[in-house]
Design a protein around this ligand. Structure first.
Ligand SMILES: [Fe+2]
Length: 336
């Protein structure tokens, strides 16, 4: 299977030659011209139309500038060097801590070096806290106006028109969600949950991937005191559960927040499956000396998840997963 995938990955665009017939240029000038053109085409990224998949690179919580900024910059250079990347998604906490105007400026500057389409979603460190710490040096969750201001900063920084939105990509629906309420660190508003429900209802036939800062409840073992507690799961958990159970086309949930690294139990394991159907892909944060990123390869009938170790400069085959949206057939059958 891996070999088969690699063969597909390695297929590159074969440039078409145009006929020189009718050209008034002498052959001695046409041949070098064509050779230059061929070299130029070979240097271009593999054309999306000629690939059997779409490649999404997932960046876990970047926390910019934070620690190990040089290592984070190297990640950007590496992703820039991959010729087949269709989109880079950062799953929240782009800002180091509070989401101040200064932090957003730093984040914009940092991601200005990324040469791929970029679609980040917000995390609690981007949109939940006030700009100032309290007298004890602790973060304070903002009131409605403060949180709206943070979401405005996020939208403006990345040219987004809405806090939550969706788009289609080659037969898949991609849904991007955002924390809004202050009760938990990653909680959608009821209005957003209603939007999600209606969006999914409108696209029942499209296998769906959801991106949200926090993971689904119970999709990791309790490896520390935070995991699976109310602030570290997607909220409102009960309403999200209802929506997911109503919509069997949702088969992937992509999250950050828990900073789960590959050497943790449960990084890529059967416990990641929610409600027997939705696989939660947990992504390590970037705020560390050794960085890993996950890549999602969207083929028409399956998603291949691969983990890249930026320290080693290698793909970690032991974490490779193939996830098929088989539930779709079941959903279709039930409707008919
Ligand atoms: Fe984080």
């Amino acid at each position: 299977m891996i070999r088969k995938i690699n063969r597909t990955f390695l297929s590159i665009a074969s440039p078409r030659r145009s006929s020189p017939r009718g050209s008034l240029l002498p052959l001695g000038r046409v041949v070098p011209l064509l050779l230059s053109l061929l070299l130029l085409l070979a240097a271009l990224p593999a054309a999306t139309a000629e690939r059997a998949y779409r490649h999404l690179v997932i960046l876990g919580d970047p926390h910019i500038p934070g620690q190990y900024l040089d290592t984070k910059e190297q990640v950007i250079r590496t992703v820039n060097s991959w010729p087949d990347v269709d989109m880079v998604v950062a799953v929240g906490d782009l800002c180091e801590d509070l989401g101040t105007v200064g932090e957003y400026e730093t984040v914009k500057h940092f991601f200005g070096r990324l040469k791929k389409p970029f679609l980040p979603i917000p995390g609690n460190h981007d949109v939940v806290y006030r700009d100032e710490l309290n007298v004890k040096g602790r973060r304070i969750r903002g009131d409605d106006a403060a949180r709206e201001e943070k979401r405005r900063r996020f939208r403006e920084a990345f040219g987004q028109r809405a806090d939550y939105h969706s788009r289609k990509m080659d037969g898949y629906l991609l849904v991007f969600l955002a924390p809004e309420r202050p009760e938990h660190l990653a909680e959608m508003s009821y209005r957003q949950v209603a939007w999600l429900r209606s969006e999914l209802k409108k696209h029942r036939r499209l296998p769906t991937i959801v991106f949200f800062h926090a993971p689904l409840r119970g999709t990791l073992p309790d490896y520390n005191f935070r995991v699976n507690t109310p602030n570290y799961i997607a909220q409102p958990a009960d309403r999200i559960h209802e929506v997911l159970m109503e919509n069997p086309q949702v088969f992937l949930w992509v999250s950050g927040h828990t900073h789960t690294v590959p050497f943790r139990d449960g990084f890529a394991s059967p416990i990641n499956t929610y409600g027997k159907r939705v696989t939660n892909i947990h992504n390590p944060d970037l705020n560390r000396a050794r960085i890993w990123t996950n890549s999602l390869y969207l083929f028409p009938d399956r998603v291949v998840v691969r983990t890249y170790d930026h320290g080693k400069g290698a793909w970690l085959t032991e974490f490779e997963r193939i996830i098929r949206p088989e539930c779709l057939g079941e959903a279709e059958r039930r409707r008919n």
